[in-house]
Design a protein around this ligand. Sequence first.
Ligand code: 5GP
Length: 125
Amino acid sequence: MPIDATLPYDPANIFARLLRGEIPSTRVHEDEWAVAFHDIAPVAPTHVLVIPRGPYVSWDDFSDHGSDAEIVGFVRAVGTVARTLGLVEPGYRLLANTGPHGGQEVPHLHVHLFGGTPLGLMLAR
Ligand code: 5GP
């Protein structure tokens, strides 16, 4: 069920629990600013989620309230993950679903990183 991205941050959300190590994940990268792990229900050969360590509901929340250091650290982490996974030369796609129209389901900012195959059109026409 898509979430209301304007709600306050819920520290019990699934990615907050994953960050605290309360639920398992297959991590592919972690640093001071971000953690990246395989999506539990992948829709591409590579489907990784990158999340900031800070408590941000959505891209909107993060881009408005994140510190410059958090934003730089997170963006660099996304790029590092793509390079580490060997996705740069064949190419990849980033997606940050935001709010109900975006179809966001987990209320902690996450960037989907898709790759490993030609990904086709951005949206169905
Ligand atoms: P959204 O629709 O919010 O952009 O995407 C949420 C994503 O989180 C979905 O692709 C879903 O498969 C993934 N997901 C939901 N719960 C878990 C979980 O417990 N572990 C992992 N690794 N991924 C999850």
